[in-house]
Ligand binder design. Structure first.
Ligand code: FE2
Length: 304
C-alpha cells in the first residue's frame, strides 16, 4: 500500500525542559529515549518507538518521517521521487534511533521528508491480548498518537502533484479561488488511506510548519483537552470548535516554543472514489472554523 501514515514529526524547540513539560505532562506522551539535546516520545496507542522528536535549538520542523508498508515500497518511492525530479538520498538504519533504513529528500516546499519501513516495536501498556480500552494511569490529555500535519508552501499545486505522484496520496478537500479547472489552488488536504488527511498544504512561505496534530476520540475528549490546557496555562489559538473542512473537532494551541499543535477528533472516513470537496474563498472562514465562521489573524500569519 506504500505510505501507511505519518510516522514521526521531528521539531525544534527553544527550551527542552519547558517543551518536555508540555509534551509529557500536559499532552501525556510517553518518553522513550532521552539523548540530551533530543527527546523521543510516543502516544499510548502507538506501537513503534516514537512519533514525536523534540530537538533543542530554534523552532519549526526538522523533518517528517512517513512509514511504508513493506521494505520494497522504499525502492518504488525512491524511483518515483527521482522521476519527479527530486534529489533523493539513502539513509541508513540507526541514523534515527530505532528507525530502519530508507530515503530522505527535500520537497519542493523545502521540507525534509524521510521514508522508512520499520521502527523498533515497543508496544503499549494495554497490549494485544484481551486489551483494556486505554491505560488506567494516563497523564494529562493522554493523547493516543500523532495524527497529521499542515505545512506551508509557495506552490501548493506542485506539492499536491508531488504527493500524488510520489506518495500515491489523493486529495479529500481543497481550497481554490473558483470552481474552474484552472483555478488557483490555495490549500489541499491529502491522504493515502481512509484517514481524512495525513498532510495538508497551505499557501505560504516555504519550509514553514503551520501545525502538527494529535488524534483524540470525540468531542468530549476535545473539551477535556481544552480544560487541561487552561489548567496548565497553555496558550490556546482557537477552540474547541469544528472544522468545516474534514468535519474534525479541534483545539489549536501552542507549545512553549511557539510551535502550533492541534488535538483533532472525528473527521469522516475518506475513500479514493469520493469526490473532492471544494471550498472557495467566500466560505473559507466557515471551512476552517465552522462556528466562528471567520479566520483569526494569528491562524493566517503565525508559523514556525
Ligand atoms: Fe490540522
Amino acid at each position: 500500500m506504500g505510505i501507511m501514515r505519518m510516522g514521526y514529526a521531528h521539531v525544534r524547540v527553544t527550551d527542552l525542559a519547558e517543551a518536555k513539560h508540555h509534551y509529557a505532562s500536559t499532552m501525556g506522551l510517553y518518553e522513550t529515549l532521552d539523548e540530551g539535546n533530543r527527546v523521543y516520545y510516543k502516544g499510548w496507542d502507538e506501537w513503534d518507538h516514537h512519533s514525536v522528536v523534540l530537538e533543542e535549538g530554534g523552532v519549526g520542523l526538522v523533518k517528517f518521517g512517513f512509514k511504508v508498508d513493506k521494505p520494497e515500497d522504499i525502492d518504488e518511492i525512491e524511483q518515483k521521487a527521482a522521476t519527479f525530479g527530486l534529489t533523493v538520498e539513502r539513509m541508513s538504519a540507526g541514523e534515527n534511533p530505532e528507525v530502519s533504513d530508507g530515503i530522505r529528500f527535500t520537497t519542493p516546499s523545502e521540507h525534509v521528508f524521510e521514508v522508512y519501513h520499520s521502527q523498533t516495536v515497543i508496544g503499549t501498556e494495554v497490549g494485544t491480548h484481551n486489551p483494556e480500552s486505554f491505560p488506567r494511569h494516563l497523564v494529562g490529555v493522554g493523547v493516543p498518537g500523532l495524527d497529521h500535519a499542515l505545512i506551508l508552501a509557495e506552490d501548493v499545486g506542485t506539492m499536491q502533484q508531488m504527493l500524488t505522484d510520489v506518495f500515491g496520496f489523493y486529495a479529500t478537500e481543497r481550497v481554490q479561488t473558483t470552481l474552474d479547472d484552472d483555478a488557483h489552488l490555495i490549500a489541499t488536504w491529502m491522504t493515502s488511506n481512509n484517514q481524512i488527511h495525513q498532510l495538508a498544504v497551505l499557501e505560504g512561505p516555504q519550509g514553514r510548519l503551520h501545525h502538527f496534530a494529535f488524534k483524540l476520540g470525540d468531542w468530549s475528549d476535545v473539551g477535556r483537552a481544552a480544560d487541561l490546557m487552561s489548567m496548565d496555562d497553555v496558550p490556546i489559538d482557537i477552540g474547541p470548535t469544528r472544522h468545516g473542512i474534514t468535519r474534525g473537532q479541534t483545539v489549536y494551541f501552542f507549545d512553549p516554543s511557539g510551535n502550533r499543535n492541534e488535538v483533532f477528533a472525528g473527521g469522516y472516513l475518506a475513500y479514493p472514489d469520493r469526490p473532492v470537496s471544494v471550498w472557495t474563498p467566500e466560505a473559507i472562514g466557515k471551512g476552517v472554523f465552522y462556528h466562528a465562521r471567520e479566520l483569526n489573524e494569528r491562524f493566517m500569519t503565525v508559523s514556525t
